[in-house]
Design a binder for this molecule. Structure first.
Ligand SMILES: *[C@@H]1O[C@H](CO)[C@@H](O)[C@H](O)[C@H]1NC(C)=O
Ligand SMILES: *[C@@H]1O[C@H](CO)[C@@H](O)[C@H](O)[C@H]1NC(C)=O
Ligand SMILES: *[C@@H]1O[C@H](CO)[C@@H](O)[C@H](O)[C@H]1NC(C)=O
Ligand SMILES: *[C@@H]1O[C@H](CO)[C@@H](O)[C@H](O)[C@H]1NC(C)=O
Ligand SMILES: *[C@@H]1O[C@H](CO)[C@@H](O)[C@H](O)[C@H]1NC(C)=O
Ligand SMILES: *[C@@H]1O[C@H](CO)[C@@H](O)[C@H](O)[C@H]1NC(C)=O
Length: 165
């Protein structure tokens, strides 16, 4: 049963669509963290969110271009967020660069991510393209012969729970 629950969880992520990628996980958006380790462990898709949690007023978030990211400057600034709990929709398949604009970029408050195109179709070859996530979904699909309808119902229910605020 635990195995089935895991498979359902995989479907919930797929059906609910958007994943919220919390920068730094439980470390949040703070100095002296290597965010490349965090971002390297995430797979971002168009429509996902990246969210920054930090002490309002102390830190903030600026989207810049690669020059700004590399050099901790405002080069190519495209947006800024200051609420302390910022949810930023990733609308396009491209590289995004975020830095703290309060002087803490030099202390490591910078993160670069690559956003991939939308997940594969049911007929697609996403497992090949997208690694673990897609592979899990393919495996789940292969593992549901007779129980398919029941699993789908569970998945929809799980998805509904997952998207509650
Ligand atoms: C990436 O995620 C895996 C699974 O959660 C974890 O074991 C690993 O430590 C993470 N790696 C980094 C660099 O955070
Ligand atoms: C960073 O700044 C240096 C000098 O200010 C510049 O030569 C370099 O091109 C910049 N980085 C990028 C990626 O443009
Ligand atoms: C970033 O923006 C600055 C200012 O508009 C520009 O000079 C620079 O070439 C841009 N860098 C990249 C990598 O596009
Ligand atoms: C921050 O964004 C607001 C709009 O959301 C804009 O008016 C302001 O100029 C931006 N600030 C900087 C420093 O780019
Ligand atoms: C994505 O689009 C929404 C709605 O137009 C906008 O509020 C948001 O700032 C965009 N995301 C980025 C990273 O610009
Ligand atoms: C999904 O499939 C349709 C038709 O087969 C295709 O036009 C579309 O580009 C595909 N979408 C993705 C994200 O691969």
């Amino acid at each position: 049963m635990a195995c089935h629950l895991l498979l359902v969880a995989g479907f919930a992520v797929s059906l609910a669509g958007a994943t919220d990628h919390i920068v730094g996980a439980n470390h949040g958006w703070n100095p002296n963290i290597d965010y490349s380790l965090w971002s390297g462990n995430q797979t971002f898709y168009v429509g996902d969110l990246i969210s920054f949690r930090y002490q309002k007023g102390t830190h903030n978030v600026f989207e810049v271009n690669q020059t700004g990211y590399d050099n901790c400057t405002m080069a190519g600034v495209a947006g800024n967020w200051t609420s302390g709990k910022d949810f930023i929709p990733l609308n396009d398949s491209r590289r995004y660069y975020f830095i703290c604009g309060n002087g803490f970029c030099q202390a490591g408050m910078k993160v670069a991510i690559t956003v991939h195109p939308l997940k594969h179709n049911a007929t697609g070859d996403g497992a090949k393209n997208h690694g673990g996530d897609g592979a899990a979904q393919e495996a789940a699909a292969a593992a549901m012969p007779g129980a398919a309808v029941w699993m789908a119902v569970l998945a929809v229910a799980a998805a509904a729970v997952a998207i509650l605020p």
